[in-house]
Ligand binder design. Structure first.
Ligand SMILES: [Zn+2]
Length: 211
């Protein structure tokens, strides 16, 4: 399976500007779900385009819907540097509507992520980073993380981890009013009645069982 995916996908690198590639089902405009990181880095892989927000499920969970119209602009590159280290460079940009934790209104968060990852199969190769060891981000893609036998990873999953680190834990406008008081009142007034109505049938049932 992976053997079919590899050549056509890599071809989108060199032919990124051509409209159609081979008869592959994989469009060059859709970011591949699985990538063989070390092999693709060796061959060189470049991808630019929009990735639907829905493909970053953990990020989407933090973003105000609808998600089907939202996307993250991705510029991604896999290559081997001059020290023979496989590298993943990526830039991700988007404006993500989050919920302000103070006023509960929308807060637009400008995502501007620049990722530079060194990829290793084993910790023992970390020495190759030399003096950069403490400065450069790296990831160990052990066999456990690579899919069975195919040696592929979901790069979006890796990128998503980085986005989540950048998202504010508790997003708040610089200057806004606390919404708690008015929200509390609204809930009591509008829902109090509904809750009462829903409870009544059960009360009746409970009464019947007792008899
Ligand atoms: Zn606010």
């Amino acid at each position: 399976m992976a053997e079919n995916v590899l050549p056509t996908s890599i071809r989108t690198d060199g032919a990124a500007n051509t409209v159609s590639t081979s008869s592959s089902a994989m469009s060059p405009h859709v970011f591949p779900t699985q990538i063989e990181p070390f092999k693709w880095a060796e061959l060189g892989f470049v991808w630019q385009g929009q990735v639907e927000l829905a493909r970053f499920a953990r990020v989407a969970a933090e973003v105000i819907p609808p998600h089907d119209q939202q996307a993250i602009a991705l510029d991604c590159k896999l290559y081997v540097d001059d020290r023979k280290i496989a590298r993943l460079d990526a830039t991700m940009k988007a404006t993500l509507p989050l919920t302000c934790q103070r006023c509960l209104h929308q807060l637009d968060f400008d995502l501007d992520a620049h990722i530079h990852l060194a990829m290793f199969t084993d910790e023992k190769y970390l020495d190759r980073l030399g003096r950069e060891k403490d400065e450069i981000d790296y990831v160990i893609l052990s066999e456990a993380q690579l899919a069975h036998g195919a040696e592929t990873i979901d790069v979006l999953n890796l990128l998503e981890d980085e986005i989540l680190l950048l998202l504010p834990l508790s997003p708040k406008h610089d200057d806004c009013e606390l919404a708690v008081a008015s929200v509390g009142d609204d809930l009591l007034c509008s829902n109090g009645q509904v809750v009462e109505e829903k409870r009544n049938p059960f009360d009746v049932l409970a009464g019947l069982k007792l008899k």
